[in-house]
Write a protein that binds this ligand. Structure first.
Ligand SMILES: Nc1nc2c(c(=O)[nH]1)N[C@H]1C(S)=C(S)[C@@H](COP(=O)(O)OP(=O)(O)OC[C@H]3O[C@@H](n4cnc5c(=O)[nH]c(N)nc54)[C@H](O)[C@@H]3O)O[C@H]1N2
Ligand SMILES: Nc1nc2c(c(=O)[nH]1)N[C@H]1C(S)=C(S)[C@@H](COP(=O)(O)OP(=O)(O)OC[C@H]3O[C@@H](n4cnc5c(=O)[nH]c(N)nc54)[C@H](O)[C@@H]3O)O[C@H]1N2
Ligand code: SF4
Ligand SMILES: [Mo]
Length: 742
């Protein structure tokens, strides 16, 4: 075939950034394989990468805007769709004010260039009802690292230097399956195994004996939610056994006395029973961690979406800092992004809680309120009630806590517009669905993830198959909505893009300390003729630490040079850079921020009153062949056995009189589901595990493959009113439930 071509790019379906090689002919994708020449992933991929082809081919993926009419869905043109969105939103804003229009974006936006236009759309809306999507999984970490290191997120998140560490303590993460989060690393299983192969240790703390636990040197069950207490007990041991050393952080920390006095209240013996980990083990792990040649403590969802998410996240970094493992090879380090998105973020030290949400008073973070407040902000009448929502690539009716209440909320809206390519559990409530092209049809750069990668790398993702000529990318759709909200017409998006870019250039040049004499005018003039996200990328990479500084260092990187290296550019291992990172008002690492100190009494109270013995706690589970809720319509990924099972221990199965394979009803304050049970001694007694993103049994979606593998919706049971109090994040792991035979 004359038009046979091979295109290199990054797989967008998790945070690992594996290189793929896509072979295409005309508008057909022929194959998707791991890219052996990618210096970061060296050929590794997982089964989800094939989704690049299957989503592209999915006959049920939407290609044209859908409008709800009294006689059902009708396909309409883009001009009509834009006009409709503009008119409806302006009308609602005029009648009910700015805050009546809400916006919420989902996980896939992180892997799409429209990511760069989120702030601009938010500004055009000028609404306080912008819901923080990272509030679903990352908010405690964002707040904790922001307060301790100064932000902006994600530039001040320390990342385990997994390729050099000799001791990895994994708390509440399952990288063997999730392939890492806030720790971008292709071939996570291989990297984990290599820690052990070179004589290192991996210790896993998790209420489930996970796939990661099974390849680790040691695993301990922990009671869900008890991590903050466990970590403070380890810190207690460091103080009482004189094991504190600060290393690179020496002379750069504030508040160590306060940490010591708090840790005094968490002796291992005092928390062991609550945690389910013996005092001897807590002390031993603390000593081993402190004594290791290098060590990294890594916590992820299990330390975020739980009752004490902010305190547990705090404990993770305290442990790293107080053992001298911050900013040293083999410890936790700060990657150096080649195209730092933080150049176009605010420069001020991180702040939060500058205002509180209208209904339940949850804290604002970066101008957004936690997604846990979405349903109440829509359902509660009064000034500022949300009447319209803009959804960007998200399925909150399956991914956010308390689907029942969210269902009521979304079906009560005056107007709902979703930028999404499926008619699914959430978008079926929309008035308009605006389907943008699938990932294989889009160029991309993983702006956020290269702030979090275990090596410094840069890689451009090229288009494998061109999208239909009349189908706009998501960033353009967002610009159209923004232009509409600014009172501009459909043909003025180019101008709006120019204005947004000029503002970004101002901000980036102001922050730049590297390139002498550079002005925003020079940046704008040099990039004249370019537009959209590629222009922004060119600016960020040229201004970035490896850039050409707009000609000041001709050997440096530009958009063209990154594109010319299709397999990606390896920029070397992580390097110490703590002094460049700290962005707090005091110029020190704040070890004891007030937000944490204020929440400690709640933790102490819980240690004293851990709950009743017959109370089961529900946690989540991820599966290799699925990503959240949106890959279930792909035949190659859902084939095989049912993965949406409720795992419980043999002890609980016997007590509850439920046999393996039987159906159980799981009930919480929020709701109830029926699911088949899988009895396994991988689960800690008292804990049940159910994956999320399932529950595709509705008739009025267009997901026939998913419907045939429907599963049950875990978020019908999770509770949006159970919070990590410090951050306002809804608790997804550790939901008290009753389980009975169904
Ligand atoms: N109980 C429980 N709940 C959880 C979790 C858990 O562990 N347990 N995990 C949470 C986490 S970590 C996260 S990040 C959230 C994720 O939750 P969401 O961000 O809501 O992610 P998805 O559920 O996968 O929905 C993605 C949506 O984007 C659309 N989409 C995907 N790719 C594209 C694209 O390229 N273009 C367009 N136009 N649309 C696209 C899909 O059709 C789908 O509607 O779920 C959270 N929910
Ligand atoms: N295959 C696959 N990969 C994915 C995704 C996917 O859906 N599928 N989603 C992606 C996304 S959006 C994200 S955010 C990442 C998440 O990446 P991870 O955080 O690594 O993913 P999880 O599997 O949710 O791991 C959380 C672990 O915490 C444990 N846990 C639950 N409660 C507690 C607790 O209270 N304490 C402790 N110590 N542990 C607890 C769970 O048993 C689980 O093993 O994965 C990403 N990668
Ligand atoms: S681990 Fe799988 S889903 Fe994640 S980037 Fe690699 S191939 Fe894609
Ligand atoms: Mo996530």
């Amino acid at each position: 075939m004359p038009d046979h071509r091979a295109v290199s790019r990054v797989c967008p379906f998790c945070e690992a950034t594996c290189g793929v090689r896509i072979e295409a002919e005309g508008d057909k994708i022929v194959s998707v394989r791991g890219d052996r020449d990618d210096p970061f992933s060296r050929g590794f991929i997982c089964p989800k990468a094939y989704g690049l082809k299957e989503i592209y081919e999915d006959p049920e993926r939407l290609r044209r805007p859908l409008k709800r009419t009294p006689s059902g869905w009708r396909e309409i043109g883009w001009e009509e769709a834009y006009r409709e969105v503009r008119e409806r939103l302006l009308e609602i804003r005029k009648k009910h004010g700015n805050n009546a229009i809400g916006m919420y974006s989902g996980n896939p936006v992180v892997h799409d260039m429209s990511f760069l236009y989120m702030t601009a759309l938010g500004r055009a809306l000028a609404s306080r009802s912008v819901f923080n999507a990272s509030a679903i999984d990352t908010l405690p970490k964002e707040i904790q690292t922001g307060l301790m290191f100064g932000g902006p997120f994600p530039a001040t998140v320390p990342v385990p230097d997994i390729d050099r560490t000799s001791y990895l303590l994994v708390i509440g993460a399952n990288p063997a399956v999730s392939h890492g989060s806030l720790m971008t690393m292709p071939d996570a299983p291989g990297r984990l195994k290599r820690v052990i192969a070179r004589g290192g240790r991996i210790v896993v703390i998790d209420p489930r004996r996970t796939e990661t636990a099974k390849l680790a040197t040691e695993h301990h069950f922990i009671r869900p939610g008890a991590d903050a207490a466990l970590l403070l007990a380890m810190i207690n041991t460091l103080f009482s056994e004189d094991l504190i050393k600060l290393g690179a952080a020496q002379g750069m920390v504030d508040g160590i006395d306060k940490v010591e006095s708090i840790a005094r209240g968490f002796a291992p013996e005092a928390v062991a029973e609550y945690c389910g980990v013996s005092a001897a083990d807590i002390r031993r792990i603390a000593r081993e961690f402190a004594g290791a040649e290098s060590a990294a403590c890594y916590g992820r969802l299990g330390t975020c979406v739980q009752e004490f998410g902010t305190l547990a996240s705090w404990g993770v970094d305290l442990l790293n800092i107080l053992t001298g493992n911050l900013d040293r090879p083999g410890g936790v380090m700060f990657p150096r992004a080649a195209a730092p998105v933080t150049a176009i973020a605010g420069a001020h030290p991180f702040e939060f809680g500058r205002w509180r949400s209208r209904v339940s008073g949850q804290p604002e973070v970066a101008g957004m309120i936690p997604s846990s407040t979405m349903a109440e902000e829509i359902l509660t009448p009064g000034d500022g009630q949300v009447r319209a929502m803009i959804l960007l690539m998200t399925n909150p009716l399956r991914s956010a806590a308390n689907s029942g209440e969210l269902e009521a909320a979304f079906s009560s809206l005056d107007f709902l517009v979703a930028i999404d390519f499926y008619l699914n559990e959430t978008t079926r409530h929309a008035d308009l669905i605006l389907p943008t092209p699938s990932p294989a049809e889009q160029p991309n750069y993983e702006f956020g993830l290269y702030h979090l990668s275990v090596r410094n790398v840069s890689k451009w993702s090229a288009v494998a198959v061109p999208p239909p000529s009349d189908q706009p990318p998501a960033w353009e759709v967002m610009l159209q909505i923004a232009a509409g909200m600014m009172g501009l017409g459909e043909h003025q998006v180019r101008e709006v893009d120019d204005v947004i870019f000029a503002q970004m250039a101002q901000s980036a040049v102001k922050k730049n300390t590297q390139w002498k004499g550079l002005t925003a005018e020079e940046v704008v003039t040099s990039l004249a003729g370019a537009a959209g996200p590629e222009r922004i990328f060119d600016m960020l990479i040229r201004l970035g630490p490896y850039g050409d500084g707009f000609g000041r260092d001709p050997s440096g990187l530009t958009l063209a040079k990154v594109k010319a290296a299709p397999h990606g550019i390896d920029l070397g291992p992580l390097e110490p850079r703590l002094s460049e990172i700290i962005n707090t008002r005091s110029g020190k690492i704040e070890l004891a921020p007030a937000a944490m100190l204020d929440d400690v009494p709640r933790l102490s109270a819980r240690v004293g009153q851990p709950g009743t013995a017959d109370q089961m706690l529900l946690i989540g589970r991820r599966n290799l062949r699925t990503s959240n809720s949106f890959m279930h319509n792909l035949p190659s990924l859902v084939k095989g056995r049912n993965r949406c099972t409720l795992q419980i221990s043999p002890t609980d199965a016997a007590r509850l009189r439920i046999a393996d394979g039987a159906a159980a009803r799981v009930t919480s304050r929020a709701g109830s589901v029926v699911v088949p049970v899988e009895v396994t001694d991988d689960l800690m007694p008292g804990v049940a595990s159910l994956p999320h993103g399932w529950g595709h049994n509705l008739e009025d979606t267009r997901l026939s493959v998913a419907r045939a593998h429907a599963g049950a919706n875990a978020n019908a049971v999770t509770d949006n009113h159970a919070y990590d109090v410090a951050s306002g994040t809804a608790v997804l792991f550790g939901t008290p439930v009753t389980i009975e035979p169904a």
